[in-house]
Design a protein around this ligand. Structure first.
Ligand code: ADP
Ligand code: MN
Length: 173
């Protein structure tokens, strides 16, 4: 049994995962784990996709790297996918959503190639990550939150914080 929950913050690149995770970590004391950094630091790669200009993550290596610490709880997992984490590790899945024109502007300022830009906008419109979350976890722990504005970030983090405090109460001995 965990003394503190694990929360996934997921969604299409640019929806605001890292912005949410950082503020949530500050408010709750949970540890923000940027999974892309873990993959980089522990070299959990299996080659490179030259067309999309991204590293291909070896999910088995990544899970091995996380396994020693994460199941004990207390983490915010910030990653643009969610179906790789074992169900038993996870207490809440937050799927951030963004209006496609807003997301377009955010990704353009990241200098993405037009192919990468288009793929990500399509994925957001098709709600790929939300469906991945529904398929991978029990529906009651999956919540969808809008992330178009800065006010949204504050509201969302406040809601997650309320959930966190309730979780702590429910799991106190
Ligand atoms: P992700 O981690 O999902 O790729 P980031 O948190 O890095 O997204 O956010 C991408 C960019 O969009 C950053 O410049 C961030 O400041 C901005 N941003 C993210 N969420 C919001 C929001 N809800 N309102 C306004 N700007 C946002
Ligand atoms: Mn990020």
């Amino acid at each position: 049994m965990r003394k503190s929950p694990n929360i996934i913050v997921t969604g299409t690149p640019g929806v605001g995962k890292t912005s949410h995770a950082e503020l949530l970590a500050e408010k709750t004391g949970l540890q923000h784990l940027a999974i892309n950094k873990v993959a980089e630091e522990q070299n959990c790669y299996d080659g490179r996709d030259e067309e999309l200009q991204t590293w291909i993550v070896d999910e088995d290596k990544l899970l091995d790297a996380l396994e020693a610490e994460v199941p004990a709880g207390g983490y915010i997992l910030d990653w643009h996918a969610c179906d790789l984490f074992p169900k038993s590790w996870i207490d809440l899945v937050v799927v951030l959503r963004c209006d496609s024109t807003v997301l377009y502007d955010r990704l353009t300022s990241r200098n993405y190639s037009s192919k990468k830009l288009e793929e990500n906008i399509d994925a957001e419109i098709m709600q790929v990550i939300l469906e991945e979350a529904w398929e991978s976890y029990d529906g009651e722990i999956v919540i969808e939150m809008q992330s178009d504005s800065l006010e949204n970030i504050d509201e969302n983090v406040e809601r997650i914080q309320t959930w966190f405090e309730q979780w702590k109460k429910d799991h106190a001995e």
